[in-house]
Design a protein around this ligand. Sequence first.
Ligand code: AMP
Ligand code: GLY
Length: 423
Amino acid sequence: MRILVIGGGGREHALVWKLKMSSRVDQIYCIPGNPGIAELAECVSLDMSDNEKLAQFALAQQIDLTVVGPEMPLTNGVVDCFKKYNLKIFGPSQAAAQLEGSKEFAKKLMRKYRVPTGDFVVFTEYEAARQYVLSHEAPLVIKADGLAAGKGVVVAMSREEALTALEDMMCSQVFGSAGNKVVIEEFLSGEEASLLVFTDGYTAVPMVAAQDHKRALDGDMGPNTGGMGTYAPAPVITPAIKDQVMKEIVQPVVDGMRTEGCTYCGCLYAGLMITADGPKVIEFNARFGDPETQVVLPLLKSDLAVVMEACVDQKLDTVAVEWEDQAAVCVVLAAGGYPGSYDKGAVIEGLAEAKDAGATVFHAGTAFNAEGSIVTNGGRVLGVTVAAIDLSAAIEKVYDAVKCIHFTGMQYRKDIAHRALNR
Ligand code: AMP
Ligand code: GLY
């Protein structure tokens, strides 16, 4: 098989890394890729938002299967475009990707199909939203309807905070048009976890549950980030809760999407709050999580290319999806200052040593400088990952590997996966 992966972060590095292990895969291309991916695949510089160019590339290279990493090409309709040319592509159509692209769409679908989630109201007018906040008790959760690069959510612990968030989104338009519509949602308390599933639009098969660490600093302090580290499996998702999530959340959504005429194929990411009343949906993503993918795929025993092709061919019920009885931990090494402003171009040392220490180092924000050295090129720079016999072994080994790596300004959390140990 000839594979094309679209994207260039840590998630895409993990996808390419796993696909490379498939006995069915002969060649992998990645658009645009990164220096880590370049060790496994041919990286091609093309505009990820130009569907027609991507499809022409896939036709010219006789690509058998394309895998989409980020949400942007999905909500931009890349899957619909590829299908027009009879190209196989793993990911939801533009209509189905609304599950991530529009919070209102996702919430209304959940309401219609009785999927447990926080109560909500949608506003398009600032004054009405303001009145709602003034007449309700904090905490309240304020969400910009559209895509806002993971930053369009404010968990307001006071009314003032909620009002500021509304003003920022609806009046100052800090998220652009994504804030023209705002969802105000009930605050859910509990422990968060992510369950990613493979689906062909009919059958859904769960992956191992993962837990992200969204805050920048140890002890879940500091500002929200894209994710500072992950581990899997997450023990908060017990086998019983996993069954419940599949039965009460995932299957009704997959069936509901089909009923609505937007059959969902690809990876569906359920962001969950495990509340005292059971699991409830915080959000859906129409793609693999980053950095969840970096811990989930190392635990997949089955051939990822076979599973993905079965999703695209609507034959997921005919393949076995098996998992290693192990645990994986990914520690994100970030640039100093992230998630605020940060420098780029710092030389990264110790990558080979970290590999020798038993880690897989997924590149997220790296580049080659003029001298050919690998340098920092983003906020989240690397995802150092280890799979081991259990969580404590993985934690020990991953932090030994982290110690091998150095770049100016490097910051990381020292408590990834500790919550699971403290249970
Ligand atoms: P999202 O971008 O939807 O994942 O939201 C970002 C973060 O905000 C989530 O990871 C949660 O920690 C928090 N959050 C979102 N919705 C809620 C909610 N209804 N109740 C409590 N926390 C929430
Ligand atoms: N790690 C959270 C996300 O991928 O959205």
